[in-house]
Write a protein that binds this ligand. Structure first.
Ligand code: UT7
Length: 332
């Protein structure tokens, strides 16, 4: 029998602090109306800088929820894939820190992936491969970000978009007779668009200096309009590719869980692929863009409130800096 990959449990954790558009009006020259009309965002969560809400703290809490939902203990996990572009520290990797926080003693593989907003989808598709090849049995895939640390709060074109948060899922093999399975996966990258969203200061090429910080050059930089155009095209193409691979049509899809970057990107993509917005999970209003965490947070919320049910066909669809992109088509 070929192995079918199933999502065994999910969890999320969001920082306590809510920052509304009205709060942002006091920080930069912007207003609630502009932000909501152009992005669909009303509020975002912001991690405490006092501690207790670092990306691996959020991940620990989210993982405990996923473990409970899956009726598993930490030592059942035999691989951790941690997707983030805002890790707690440069070394060690966040997955190792999380393994320690969860008190996993089985010395399971623990790796980070830095593919920005596509991170959870990359992790999900990798988990599917590891499970299907027998290299792992229970893979914890995490998307956790503290973007509030890496954005320029004086730049209104970028700071209004992002927020902090974490979502995760545990992937494992379905039992015999179960219908849950990953039906098709797709991953890709177009490095020619690297300059549309980057953070060149602070790496090996240009180590961070006091001058960079004083000049505010160390933050993430984004070409919003270029990202917007690529995003809609890429998300639509991702969907077509996985549907074709699975031999399914759009009518078969019950729910689309897209990366939450901008409501206009989501609506344009839905129009391009021909899916009514009633089938699209959207929560950008509450959290903004949490990068690798948007898809698992949106998926978890829709499972919890009963919209997404076991047996439903679900499409995860994401793109991000790199430019990375990917999709997962699954029967939940
Ligand atoms: O996860 C993936 C990464 N990011 C994305 O996918 C983002 C994709 N891009 C976007 O979501 C949109 O391009 C933005 C929301 C970033 C910008 O929306 P836009 O409709 O492309 O606006 P724009 O950049 O064309 O700016 C329109 C106007 C400009 O004024 P002028 O030149 O027309 O007078 C901006 O200066 O809006 C102004 N503006 C603002 N006004 C109030 C830009 N930001 C703001 C702001 N508040 N926060």
């Amino acid at each position: 029998m070929t192995t079918q990959t199933k999502i065994l449990g999910t969890g999320i954790c969001l920082p306590e602090k809510v920052m509304t558009n009205f709060d942002l009006e006091k920080v930069v020259d912007t207003n609630d109306e502009w932000i909501y009309e152009r992005t669909g965002i009303k509020a975002r969560r912001i991690c405490s800088t006092e501690g207790g809400e670092w990306p691996t703290d959020l991940a620990e809490k989210a993982a405990w929820r996923a473990l409970e939902a899956a009726a598993l203990t930490p030592d059942d996990i035999d691989m951790i894939i941690f997707a983030s572009v805002t890790p707690d520290v440069k070394l060690p990797n966040s997955a190792s820190i999380l393994q320690q926080k969860l008190k996993i003693t089985n010395q399971c593989a623990a790796m980070d992936i830095a593919v920005a907003c596509s991170g959870f989808v990359y992790g999900a598709n990798m988990a599917d491969s590891f499970i299907k090849t027998g290299m792992a049995k229970k893979v914890l895939v995490v998307g956790s970000e503290m973007l509030s640390r890496e954005i320029d709060w004086s730049d209104r074109t970028i700071c209004i978009l992002f927020g902090d948060g974490c979502g995760c899922a545990i992937f494992g093999a379905a039992e015999e007779g179960e219908t849950s399975e990953v039906l098709a996966t797709h991953l890709g990258t177009d490095g020619s668009g690297a300059e549309f969203f980057d953070q060149p200061i602070g790496g090996a090429v240009t180590p961070l200096t006091a001058e960079h910080i004083a000049a505010g050059e160390h933050f993430m930089r984004m070409k919003g309009r270029e990202m917007f155009k690529v995003a809609t095209r890429t998300l639509a193409e991702n969907a077509r590719i996985v549907l074709k691979k699975a031999g399914l049509s759009l009518e078969d899809v019950d729910w689309v869980v897209p990366h939450q970057a901008n409501i206009r990107i989501i609506e344009t993509t839905a129009r391009l692929i021909g899916v009514p917005m009633e089938k699209v999970i959207v929560n950008i209003e509450n959290y903004g863009n949490t990068s690798a965490a948007t898809v698992p947070i949106a998926f978890h919320e829709a499972v919890m409130d009963g919209r997404i049910k076991r047996g439903d066909i679900v499409l995860f669809d994401a793109f991000g800096a790199g430019l990375t992109f990917g999709a997962t088509l699954l029967r939940y």
